[in-house]
Design a protein around this ligand. Structure first.
Ligand code: SAH
Length: 251
């Protein structure tokens, strides 16, 4: 089994593949001003197994096009949607977020929790803007510095892994410079990382390792995930996920 197949096998049973929370998705919906019953068409980019897509479809009675490049995650999302009675509101789409098949100005909102880093924050928000109707909503969570001073080691780590990591103010400036009016910002609470993402992930480690006979590749993946968890636990005051909600402004 190759490394990507192992990542899929470790993560597909998760309710989410990154930090987040249903309450926090609902908070972003409130900040967006979107209301149910408006026949909304929303794309959830990098949806994983559907954490935010399911909340959006349920809370807004919207048509959610759930986009991920991994069909295995979309299959899980379809099963969860059926269990929640939300199949009618969710349309899974296996596609890459840098080659989206949407028409110009065709979406009421674009959601993306913990996935824009695959394009980089600035490139992502600029590339996605034209798919939104004028006044359409962008809601994105992404790695964010929470303090002005950071431990040097931490700074070096994220500069290497995600060079675009920055403060909320810098991200807001990117949004404004890219044709968006910010509507709101909040930082995800630690529980979104620990209770909702990392602890359930750690609880799957033992079964994952035995499914793969403790292969070197499986052990290396678990060790990398564990190192990421420890980095977060040691530095939760300095970095987290910021949730940015903005509206497409006039051209
Ligand atoms: N939004 C989900 C998943 C976040 S993890 C959640 O919060 O739980 C990031 C997701 O982005 C993964 O599901 C991964 O498969 C997907 N992804 C990575 N690169 C992608 C790309 N180029 N196009 C579409 N999806 C991508």
């Amino acid at each position: 089994m190759d490394d990507l197949a192992l990542v899929i096998d470790l993560h597909r049973d998760g309710a989410r593949q990154g930090p987040g929370g249903d309450e926090e998705t609902r908070l972003a919906i409130r900040l967006s001003g979107l209301k149910p019953g408006e026949n909304l068409r929303i794309a959830d980019l990098g949806c994983g197994t559907g954490a935010s897509a399911l909340v959006l479809a349920g809370a807004l009675d919207a048509r959610v096009i759930a986009v991920d490049r991994l069909p295995a995650f979309l299959e899980r999302l379809e099963r969860r949607a059926a269990e929640a009675g939300l199949s009618g509101g969710i349309e899974p789409l296996a596609a890459s977020m840098d080659a989206l098949p949407f028409d110009e100005g065709s979406l009421d909102a674009i959601w993306s929790e913990g996935a824009v880093y695959n394009l980089g924050f600035a490139s992502g928000v600029r590339a996605w803007r034209h798919f939104l109707k004028p006044g359409g909503v962008l809601a994105v969570s992404d790695l964010t510095w929470l303090t002005r001073q950071r431990p040097a080691e931490l700074e070096a780590h994220w500069r290497q892994e995600y060079p675009e990591v920055d403060t909320a103010a810098a991200r807001m400036a990117i949004l404004e410079d890219s044709g968006f009016s910010p509507l709101g910002y909040f930082a995800l609470p630690e529980a979104c990382w620990l209770d909702n993402y990392y602890r359930p992930l750690q609880a799957r480690f033992a079964a994952f390792l035995s499914r793969h006979d403790h292969s070197p590749a499986a052990r290396a993946l678990v060790a990398a995930e564990q190192a990421e968890i420890e980095l977060y636990e040691a530095n939760a005051a300095s970095f987290g996920y910021g949730y940015y909600v903005a509206r497409r402004s006039g051209d």
